[in-house]
Every structure is written in C-alpha cells, then in structure tokens.
Design a binder for this molecule. Structure first.
Ligand code: BGC
Length: 427
C-alpha cells in the first residue's frame, strides 16, 4: 500500500514537472489565460554580418516607443531566407505563425501566403497611419491583392548593382564597365594580371540566379523579362538563349572556390582586392560599410550591372499580419513604427537599402542612398526573381536548382530546358 502511494505521488510530481517545462505554445497559452501579453515575435533572416544592424536599430526604436510590448527577435540565419523560408513554411502549415515575418513584396507574398489564405488584410493600418500617399504606388501594388493591402514595406533594395574595388581598378588603369562588351574586356585584362574578375559565393544558389536575372533584364528589357513570369515569352526564345550564353561567359571569370562561399564571403574577396567586382544587392553596401569598415567611393565603388542603367531590379522587404495570431493589435503597432519615417530612417541607412516611404529624410543617406532614391523615381522597375518577387516560390526553387547545376556544367540547353519545364507551372 505504502509503496503504491509513493508511486502515485511520484507520478503526480512528474506530471507537474512536465507541464512546467512544456512547449512554448502551451506556456504562452498559460500566460494568456493569466492576462499576460504574448510576445511580439519578429521573424526574419537578418542575422550576422551585413544583415542585423538595421533590424536591431528598428527594434531599439520600437522598444523606446512601446516598452510595454516585449519583442522576440526570431531571426533564422541564411542569405535571402535560404533557411528561414523553410522554417516559416512549416510553422505556417502547422498553424503556428510568428507574430509578423519578413516577406518580399510581389509573388512571394501575393501568390504565396495571401493566395493560401494565411494573411489578414491591413488596409485599416494604412488608413489609421495616413499612408495612402506615403508609399510609391508601384510598391503598394507589390503588397496588394484583389484590392486589399497585406504588408508594409520597410525598404527598397536594388538588385542590379555591380560593386568594385577602387584600388584594383585604379592600379590597373581600368575603366568601370557599363556594358557587357566593356565588362568582358576589363575581365580579360584582370585575368591576365592574375586577379579574379568577378567574385561569386553560390553556396546558397540564389546569388548566381541574381546574376542571371540581371543579364536577362538587360537583354530582354523590363517588358520582355516580365513576360517570362506570365509565360508570354518562353525560355527557349533566342534572346533568352543569348542571355544564358552571356551568363555562361561570365562564369568563366569567377573564383574557383565559389561553391564554398556565401554572399558575404564573396563580397569579402572584393573588399580585400582578391577579386575586382561582384554583383549583389545593396545589402552588400551595408556589409562593406558597417562590418568591414570600408568607405564608399574611396575603397569601393558601384555602378549598375552591364547594360542595365535605367533599370531598377526591385527587392522590397515587407512585414504583415498572419491569420490566427493572438496579438494582432501589437503587430499593427509594430507595423506602424516600421512604416513611419522614423522607423525607415533608423533601419535603412544601416541596411544599405533606401526607404520605401516617399517622404523620408534623405539627409540620413550616403551618396549611394541619395542617388538610388533618385534612380528609383525614374528607372523602369523589374521585380527580382532571385528574391521571390517575380515568380512563385515553386518556380524559384527550380530555377535556383537549375542555375546551381549550370554554374558547374555550363550547359546552356539543359538550363533552358529545366527553366522551360518549370515555367509551365507558373500559370
Ligand atoms: C533580402 C535582403 C537581405 C538579402 C540577403 C534578400 O532577399 O531582401 O534584406 O539582405 O536577401 O540575405
């Protein structure tokens, strides 16, 4: 008898112990029932070098303004969301969304989470904050579907930028290339001198896809490029083939260890003068300046990728309100700060991007930022494929795989065949 009651006691203690250290969800349910607030979980892939400074500044500003809302920075490492997007997908499928998450305007948001019925419209936030004329219409369109708005852009990144090491160009008496012909002429001279012309880090394959998209948009023009995502232009079109040939030629000038480097490691080659140029979004500027302490226009310079002046490959990071979160009002409060002039001007000068708002304080931006703000107003805008804006995630995954194989095999027909097969799924 005595022994039995000891067992019962132990079992009761065990049940209590287990429930005390149970999952995050049930403990937050407990908190909710006691009237405690759920944490505001902010999900992104901004961790580490070149990525997290802007986010930290934004979170600090939010804390200053709303100390009563406790925030959890739930960032998952990996450039362009390589890992974060997979974690997010499984959480969304399991009906365990973060309070708010980083999502690119365009297909990734609209054809992805909105079409799947996973997002709440936030037109009320825009109305309350008086934002109807504070963001360019082109961006509002990228975060809207069927007349509703689903997220708030925190920034605009430019994807068609060529960064270069100034000393390498000066020491070798080279002009910065504006066209593909100039690019290949410069690349040959650099190679003769034993300098890697173009840095690539395609450990995460999107970096090579980003180079290819910039060739495509330069050769097809924005209209032709956009027709690829509607299926009006096929991937075996002669101009696409020509673009793939150019891309192939470019791959003849990259560093040998490209597949073991990420985008920061590849940018580092340019910073150190081991490579002359790289093609990367302007988060690379955030990395050069904030992490490597380089000076813009002294240590490194920038221009548009070959034959793409007048074009702006757009990437916009946005945040919205997933369906089913318990703290929707706190999320809206956060979106209010993220979309404010103050929020955007705390985030973007560190991130390398320009503000999404039209009325931001341009004095807070460096020469690159100022000129990019001007370019955005006049350039033709092209949504980035590599960053999820041009085509749905399913296509992008296949494009990244095809490009990744291409970089080692350099088989143009096989690349175009894979893309053509994937394109059939776009409609
Ligand atoms: C995001 C940027 C980020 C970059 C590298 C892009 O998809 O839009 O904010 O800096 O990936 O991770």
């Amino acid at each position: 008898m005595k022994r039995k009651s000891i067992f019962v006691m132990l079992a009761i203690i065990l049940v209590f112990a287990l429930s005390a250290c149970s999952s995050k969800n049930s403990s937050s349910d407990g908190e909710k029932s006691k009237g405690k607030k759920e944490k505001l979980e902010i999900f992104s892939w901004w961790t580490g070098a070149g990525e997290e400074d802007g986010l930290k500044a934004l979170l600090a500003l939010f804390k200053e303004k709303h100390a009563d809302i406790s925030v959890e920075n739930a960032a998952v490492a990996g450039g362009a969301g390589t890992n974060a997007k997979a974690v997010l997908a499984s959480r969304m499928q399991g009906d365990d969304p973060p309070s708010t998450f980083q999502v690119h305007g365009g297909a990734e948001l609209n054809e992805g989470w909105v079409a799947a019925g996973k997002m709440e419209p936030i037109n009320d936030v825009y109305e309350k904050e008086g934002w109807s004329d504070k963001f360019p219409q082109s961006l509002i369109d990228m975060v809207s579907k069927d007349g509703n708005i689903y997220s708030v852009p925190v920034n605009i990144h430019r994807g068609n930028v060529l960064w270069y090491n100034k000393k390498v160009f000066e020491d070798n008496g080279l002009e910065v290339p504006k066209t593909f012909d100039e690019f290949f002429a410069v690349a040959d001279k650099l190679q003769e001198k034993g300098i890697t012309p173009l840095a690539l880090g395609d450990k995460e394959p999107w970096t090579a896809t980003q180079i290819f998209e910039n060739v495509l948009v330069a050769k097809l023009g924005v209209d032709g490029y956009n027709k690829l995502w509607t299926g009006e232009l096929a991937f075996d079109d002669p101009k696409v083939k020509e673009s793939a040939e150019i891309f192939k030629k470019m791959m003849g000038y990259i560093n040998k260890d490209h597949s073991s480097r990420n985008w920061q490691d590849a940018s580092q080659l340019v910073a150190d003068g081991d490579a002359a140029m790289n093609i990367m979004g302007d988060w690379a500027k955030g990395y050069f300046v904030n992490d490597l302490k380089l000076t813009l226009n002294e240590d490194f310079g920038y221009t548009t990728t070959p034959d793409s002046s007048g074009i702006f490959t757009v990437i916009t990071d946005t945040f919205g309100l997933p369906k089913g979160v318990g703290n929707a009002e706190d999320v809206k409060t956060f979106l209010g700060v993220l979309g404010s002039v103050e929020g955007q001007d705390a985030f973007n000068p560190l991130k390398g991007s320009i503000p999404a708002r039209v009325d931001a304080d341009t004095s807070k931006y460096d020469d690159y930022g100022k000129s990019t703000i001007e370019d955005f107003k006049t350039a033709e805008l092209a949504p980035s494929l590599a960053h999820g804006s041009a085509a749905a995630e399913g296509f992008l995954t296949k494009a990244n795989q095809a490009v990744n194989i291409f970089v080692t095999q350099l088989d143009v027909d096989s690349l175009l065949n894979s893309l053509k097969t994937a394109q059939a799924e776009l409609k």
